[in-house]
Ligand binder design. Structure first.
Ligand SMILES: *Cc1c(COP(=O)(O)O)cnc(C)c1O
Length: 377
């Protein structure tokens, strides 16, 4: 049997174990400690724009605490990109609010600004209230159309929470994803561009909001020697051991991004001439995806096979591929939520596939994937 080729495996850079060892030797195995501080510092420096980064237990926790600070509560509405992982929207429900889903544009596969504005106006009309926040996503690392989204958000004075979970290292107009929104979330889950084995971060606009995030993430303890609480808190802080992994990963982030981009280019060079095959590519020089995952669309009428058939054949060859995210407005759990769109994300979902894209893959691994796709004809 051929060696299994995985979609997106975590890869260690080398220094991670040293930082973990240090945590053990200095008895900083508990949450908080020097690795957490250092990891936050390196993320803050990396992103720039004078942001304040708080390391948390997951990207989902980051979204939750951002929405909490944006005042989202019972009965509110929050606008969210439909074409994304459920974690983008689940925290809206944790707070008793309802997501309003927006379709994608064909160029970036992310939030379509036209439907964003339509939705705001229609919600105002139907409910008499503005949605409390807007969550655009940089899906698969491709930056969303942040100029257009920000302009609409500013016009209606609605804050933006950027879901940059898949987009660490991506740039929009030369500026790093994760620095555009009022808040932004990052994820260091096992399959993301870098990992802490599980973790995330909230990128905050000010020192005060970072302090508030820390407060909520550590059970909302009031300033008192005894345990005193005036608000409901959460246990969402990243541990010092996980942050040690993150410090090592940040040393190789640039290398991993370069490799993922090279993998995308390799697939495109080898495959884009095939009938019915197309890729999610940077739509212009303003967009510089980290190409976390290389995504391919199969137009079955032209190619003569469907994305399911391709996925099945890949699996038989011991190659892991994955359909694109199923749009959230099509998910049973969100079937009653409002949706504004024209079917773009649904069509992408029906014809798209993620190809193995891990930074540890060799060109000979990619050649196997390419061969299987070529043999479909
Ligand atoms: C992974 C991911 C998240 C959630 O991050 P976790 O760290 O797994 O909680 C949120 N949004 C998107 C788009 C993601 O891909």
């Amino acid at each position: 049997m051929n060696k299994r080729i995985w979609l997106s495996l975590a890869e260690m850079g080398g220094e991670e174990q040293n930082y973990i060892k240090e945590a053990f030797e200095t008895n900083w195995v508990a949450p908080l400690g020097p690795n957490v501080d250092a990891f936050e510092k390196v993320l803050t420096d990396y992103l720039g724009y004078q942001k304040h980064v708080v390391a948390l237990s997951s990207g989902t926790a980051a979204i939750h605490l951002a929405l909490l600070q944006l005042g989202v509560g019972q009965g509110d509405e929050v606008i969210c990109q439909s074409f994304t992982f459920a974690a983008s929207a689940n925290p809206i429900k944790y707070l008793g609010a309802e997501p309003v889903f927006i379709d994608s544009e064909a160029s970036t596969w992310n939030m379509n600004p036209v439907f964003l504005e339509k939705a705001i106006l229609d919600r105002l009309d139907k409910t008499g209230r503005k949605p409390k926040a807007i969550i655009p996503v940089h899906l698969y690392g491709m930056p969303a159309n942040m100029d257009a989204i920000t302009e609409i958000a500013d016009k209606y004075e609605i804050p933006v929470l950027e879901d940059a979970a898949e987009a660490l290292g991506s740039l929009y107009k030369g500026r790093k994803c994760g620095t555009f929104g009022d808040f932004a979330c990052l994820s260091f889950n096992g399959n993301k561009i870098i990992t802490t084995s599980g973790g995330g971060a909230l990128v905050c606009p000010k020192k005060e909001s970072a302090t508030k995030t820390l407060f909520y993430a550590t059970q909302a303890r009031d300033k008192a020697m005894h345990y005193q609480h005036s608000e409901i808190g959460y246990n969402y802080r990243m541990s010092n051991v996980c942050a040690g992994i993150g410090r090592g990963q940040m040393q190789v982030l640039d290398k991993y991004v370069a490799r993922r981009r090279a993998i995308h280019q390799y697939y495109v060079d080898q495959l884009s001439g095939l009938p019915g095959i197309s890729f999610l590519n940077n739509p212009s020089a303003a967009y510089q995806s980290n190409y976390w995952l290389t995504c391919v669309l199969v137009d079955s009428d032209i190619a003569g096979f469907t994305r399911e058939e391709l996925c099945d054949v890949m699996e038989k060859e011991n190659i892991e591929t994955r359909p694109l995210w199923k749009p959230l407005h099509l998910q049973p759990v969100f079937s009653n939520n409002a949706f504004y769109g024209d079917g773009t994300s649904e069509k992408l979902f029906e014809s798209g596939l993620c190809l193995p894209s891990g930074s540890g893959l060799q060109n000979e691994d990619l050649d196997r994937v390419i061969q299987v796709l070529r043999a479909m004809y």
